[in-house]
Design a protein around this ligand. Structure first.
Ligand code: ADP
Ligand code: ZN
Length: 621
């Protein structure tokens, strides 16, 4: 009786909070979750841009459970759906997915549940949803809402355009009364406008959270020479942790994974060219492991919700700042400190620009994409706080330096090398774009092998004895990044020529200065070390685990691992490390105390309460 009265007085948001606590075991809404949920509960459409780990899924899961009818979730990837549905079912929510992998008998059962009104959530792919027979059948059932996950896929200005997503605009006409919620983690202002236009959300509220990810420690370095040595060095310096290494080609993922395994790292390769079952097995292996390194192309990632990824290393740079933030963002989803390390080179930039130029798209789109490539390299090769640069790129104002990236911790010095730049540019002019970078440097040093009489007679031959070979290489890199020199790929034997004519003239006239960066190696290493110890301290603090509680924590993890194996789900779907750490600290002796732990909702209490209490009891007793 009492609870019925309370129910009557409660606002929709109070009831949503109640579900957050009872079903999901979280104490409070985070960031913009509450206003977004309130908007959808009021029956209005909206767009929400929340950072990775910001809790986007609850924004549509809770309203789907509260509003009458079925909540439809459009998601681009089967892996993403599988994981979310498994997590929902663990929490006792009636959720299912319909995709091409579901066998007919199961499909029939899912439709029966949809039509009987037994399902709260149904995950579908865009092309699956837009199939005429599907729309017809769905028109017969009441819908609570339609959520469009990874909504940036709708925009060609974004970084992950999927033509299937374009069809989703029609949902506005087909289901005019159903609120639609578009959610994404990364979209700059232009992409956001485009998403809203495409999905017909121009009159709807837009919620944009800060793009800050304070748990991420960013760094980037220019590639030195070829090969995998640096990547192996970076990974082996981080033993016993899970990480993702992104490589630019399928072949490279295999080779890098092998190089890492040779050093004893449990590394797996992953790319779209692998046989399907192998991909599934490796993904599962990675998700199940407490420490594993996935070496992958960008085919791997969307929907990989492993919360304890401690580093993402780009062995080859990402395609844009959006892609950077999305890919790096897969580290540290549990909120504990994690690292994003990017290796990049001028050849990568030249390749990206060339690929963009060759794409079969409108000139306007091409121009935007060229700018995106340039913006990425300005960020990677820049001198200001990296995290702040990303946030400004996404349109945030009043952003402060993060204080923890490699540039904030200050290992970069700049020196004026305008005079040397003039020499290098003159040499490039004289050589007429016929040679590669190595030959240009040799020319400046007067060390060209078998030099022709013609070349030796040029006024620029041997003009630069003041710089070492390495210093000239750095400077030409710099000139390439600034667009003062340009690299013509020439089938893998790139030729260096002069870049933007106006800018080059400005350098010759001395109106434009060229500053070269020297990243002091030793201090950088020191900073890394300092950071590492601080990091492990922080992660211990945030898990709040005293050494005395460690054995119980490990016992709980062992129990979870057995449970996960027998159910064929990733361990974190059962309980997060954080939840287990809290249990190990609090040592609840009864169900009521256990339910107060963050991450323990009613469903999980019913399912695992006894088992967990037993593990705790064995330690206490
Ligand atoms: P994303 O926005 O990246 O899709 P998810 O929806 O997967 O994020 O949520 C990320 C993690 O944060 C999940 O493990 C989820 O359980 C947790 N989470 C979401 N909302 C809350 C909350 N209000 N309080 C505590 N944890 C939350
Ligand atoms: Zn910074």
């Amino acid at each position: 009786m009492q609870s019925a009265v309370a129910e009557l007085d409660a606002t929709p948001l109070d009831r949503a909070r109640d579900i957050l606590r009872r079903t999901f075991g979280h104490a409070e809404f985070r960031g913009l979750q509450a206003p977004v949920i309130a908007e959808v509960l009021a029956g209005r459409s909206a767009m929400a841009v929340l950072p990775t780990g910001g809790g986007k899924s609850l924004c549509y899961q809770i309203p789907s459970m509260m509003r009458p009818g079925l909540g439809l979730v459009v998601s681009p990837l089967i892996a993403l759906m599988t994981d979310q549905v498994a997590a929902m079912q663990q929490s006792g929510v009636a959720a299912a997915r319909l995709d091409s992998n579901i066998d007919p008998a199961e499909k029939g059962e899912i439709w029966r549940r949809i039509e009987a009104g037994e399902l709260d959530l149904l995950y579908v792919s865009p092309e699956g949803l837009m199939a005429p027979w599907m729309l017809e059948r769905l028109a017969q059932v009441p819908l609570a809402l339609i959520a469009i996950d990874e909504a940036h896929c709708v925009s060609q200005w974004g970084h992950d355009f999927r033509p299937d997503y374009r069809l989703l605009g029609r949902l506005a006409d087909i289901f005019p009364k159903v609120p639609r919620l578009a959610v994404t983690a990364t979209a700059d202002a232009r992409t956001r406008d485009d998403i809203r236009a495409e999905l017909r959300l121009t009159d709807s509220a837009e919620f944009v959270a800060s793009f800050a990810r304070p748990e991420l420690i960013l760094s980037a370095e220019r590639k030195r020479g070829a090969g995998h040595k640096r990547v192996v060095e970076l990974v082996t310096a981080r033993p016993g942790r899970s990480g993702v290494v992104y490589a630019g080609s399928r072949d490279n993922t295999e080779k890098l994974a092998q190089a890492l395994r040779d050093e004893g790292v449990p590394a797996l390769a992953y790319h779209a060219g692998l046989e399907r079952q192998l991909r599934i097995d490796r993904l599962e292996q990675f998700l199940q492991a407490d420490a594993a390194v996935m070496v992958a192309t960008i085919a791997f990632g969307m929907g990989v919700d492993k919360p304890d990824v401690r580093f993402v290393i780009h062995a080859d740079p990402p395609a844009s700042i959006e892609a950077y933030w999305q890919e790096i963002g897969r580290a540290g989803r549990d909120g504990d400190p994690a690292e994003g390390i990017t290796l990049y080179g001028s050849a990568d930039m030249a390749w990206a620009l060339r690929r963009t130029a060759e794409r079969d798209v409108d000139e306007a789109v091409k121009q935007v994409q060229v700018r995106k490539v340039r913006q990425l390299y300005t960020l990677l090769d820049g001198t200001g706080c990296r995290a702040a640069a990303v946030r400004r790129y996404f349109g945030e104002e009043g952003v402060e330096a993060c204080g923890q990236c490699d540039l904030c911790t200050g290992a970069v010095e700049t020196t004026d090398a305008t005079q040397q730049a003039q020499k290098a540019l003159s040499a490039a002019v004289r050589l007429g774009g016929r040679y590669g970078r190595g030959r240009l440097v040799d020319h400046l040093l007067g060390k060209t092998k078998d030099v022709s009489d013609h070349e030796a007679a040029l006024s620029t031959w041997g003009i630069g004895p003041e710089f070492s070979q390495a210093a000239w290489r750095d400077l030409t890199d710099q000139l390439l990044f600034e667009g003062l020199l340009r690299e013509d790929p020439n089938d893998g034997r790139p030729l260096v020529g002069v870049g933007d004519a106006e800018a080059v003239r400005a350098v010759f006239r001395g109106e434009r200065r060229v500053l070269v960066q020297t990243r002091a190696e030793a201090p950088a290493k020191e900073a890394r070390k300092g950071r590492k110890s601080r990091e492990s301290r922080e992660s211990r603090e945030s898990l709040a685990l005293s050494p005395a509680d460690q054995p119980l924590f490990e016992a709980l993890r062992a129990w979870r691992s057995g449970e996960a194996k027998s159910q064929h789900v990733p361990p974190y779907v059962i309980f997060h490390d954080r939840t287990l750490a809290e249990i190990a600290t609090v040592k609840p002796t009864g169900r009521a105390a256990l339910e107060r732990i963050n991450g323990v909702g009613e469903g999980k209490l019913a399912r695992y309460g006894e088992a967990v209490l037993q593990v705790v009891g064995e330690f206490e007793g």
